[in-house]
Design a protein around this ligand. Structure first.
Ligand code: ATP
Ligand code: MG
Length: 140
């Protein structure tokens, strides 16, 4: 089965959405293979989101992602990468509230930045992101 990396971002944890999000994940047929709560530092976020290093929101993204601890999880199911992205909803949580009202970002997110969850966007990024946080599972 396919694996993907999910993160509940600081606004998700601080807003006490963790239990609701995990319930939604399990009810949607995912297994949570591994999870850990971590406080990211600036260098770690910069490295994780390196693809966005030239974007005008990069500094703000680093500040947001280090504003509190995050919950990092490996999710597994058939088609996990696309299905988790669909369950999260679009990047802009404000838009999600009208276009995807049942998505996690519609329920827990605020705007384009504070959107409460992350999901890998391809097989390649899932492999990279899983080994980024869980070295021991990087082989498969
Ligand atoms: P993620 O990679 O976190 O799963 P995503 O793939 O939907 O989200 P990306 O385009 O990869 O969106 O952006 C990464 C993160 O950077 C977003 O989730 C959001 O927190 C932040 N971000 C994206 N675009 C903007 C923006 N225009 N202004 C502020 N923050 C943004
Ligand atoms: Mg992304």
């Amino acid at each position: 089965k396919e694996k993907t990396l999910a993160i509940i971002k600081p606004d998700g944890l601080l807003g006490n959405y963790t239990d609701d999000i995990k319930k939604t994940i399990l009810e949607s047929g995912f297994c949570i293979l591994k999870e850990k709560r971590v406080q990211l530092d600036e260098d770690t976020v910069a490295s994780f989101y390196a693809e966005h290093s030239s974007k005008n929101f990069f500094a703000s993204l680093i500040k947001y992602m280090t504003s509190g601890s995050v919950l990092v999880m490996i999710l597994e199911k058939e088609n996990a990468i696309a299905d988790w992205r669909a369950l999260m909803g679009p990047t802009d949580a404000r838009k999600a509230k009208t276009t995807h009202p049942h998505s996690i970002r519609a329920m827990c997110g605020l705007d384009t930045e504070r959107n409460c969850v992350h999901g890998s966007d391809s097989i390649k990024s899932a492999q990279r992101e899983i080994s980024f946080f869980f070295r021991e599972l990087s082989a498969d």
